[in-house]
Design a binder for this molecule. Sequence first.
Ligand code: ADP
Ligand code: ZN
Length: 435
Amino acid sequence: MQRYYQPEIETMDPAQLRQLQSERLVRQVRHVWDNVPYYRKKMEEKGLTPDDIQGLEDLHKLPFLSKDDLREAYPMGLLAAPLSECVRIQSTSGTTGRRVVAFYTQHDIDLWNECCARAIMAAGGNEDDVVQVCYGYGLFTGGAGLDGGSHKVGCLTLPMSSGNTDRQIQFMKDLHATILCCTPSYAAYIGETLHEMGYGPEDIDLKAGIFGAEPWTEEMRRDIEKSLGIKAYDIYGLTEISGPGVSFECSEQTGMHINEDHFIAEIINPETGEVLPDGEVGELVFTSLDKEAFPLLRYRTRDLCVLSRKKCACGRTHVKMSKPLGRSDDMMIIRGVNVFPSQIETVLLNEGYSPNYRIEVDRVNNTDTLDIFVELSPEMFSDTVREVEAREKKLAAAVTAMLGIRPKMHLVAPKSIQRSEGKAVRVIDRRKLHD
Ligand code: ADP
Ligand code: ZN
């Protein structure tokens, strides 16, 4: 039986949904114009007033907002509600530079938590479930978001935060956790530790995992599903737009439904800003529709993905986004070739290695170098030097076939690459240091 958290919204007739978005957009633009001088100035520079935005068809007229705008307006330049009405802040992880601070009223928190509740129910959760949240709690949105969603659904919530992996497993067993929420890299680490402690999927009660906050491949999904004996669901979000739950996967596992009653999604050409039709790869842009404290219009996420409006068998009518291929600023250009870390991850896992790897890029004598470090499994570790060299050669050939450029492979001892309890740092680009 398919269950939704808010069926009337999640399965709303598409035409009605467009109508709802139009009405909310008009209201949201006026709210921003009235309360955010920073954005009002941007609109004035384009000769716009709120009267120019009568509905969805006028969205394209609005100026974009970028992460640089958020940094420039830091800390309160985009605040659209009096501080006395705000009840909370969260902040980005700072993966790509200076942190951004987002503000929430109670209404904004409820809206965000409802999005996470939808995600938990889409993963098969209900009030009988025990949800173990090991995303970090604190400024990072992961912990607070899934925690709030779990409360809304009525699950028993284990607010573990990240780290202390042995204790995570102890609680998972003792309290019979059924749904695990964390980053995919931490889920892989928990799976690895479970097996090291001599347990297997049959010793725990987990049935599903809700993993996000960083890119992960289908190969990684299969690995985690096997090691924990669960179905693994993707969840996407960003602090600027609210946090996790902006979109989430359903039982079909073919993309994440974007909560379109709260956020409009567009795909643009990142170079020209031109809006692209559904089905084309481009940069994801969000417009919030009913936020009070931190409403952003046409915010450029820098995440690259594809939108699909194909009917989904789960019954939800909201548009689906593909897994982000990576951030536009994650993409490395090595010897003139575009390389995403996810492509390398796909090859490594397909060749039977663990998702413990590190990519190092440098420039030596004006030529880019690509070094990939990946762990041998304990069984492979007893191989002779010659066997290890043969493995490195085979792996280098497989990566070359994927990327079109040849890496230098380094097979290293088991456990020698640092595990991640939050967002994994997999790439070290030393070229930036020479600039
Ligand atoms: P930061 O930008 O500092 O990492 P956030 O913690 O708000 O701040 O992270 C949001 C970003 O994390 C997104 O823009 C996206 O790049 C990445 N992200 C979040 N969820 C996913 C996911 N499911 N798959 C891939 N990337 C994701
Ligand atoms: Zn669906």
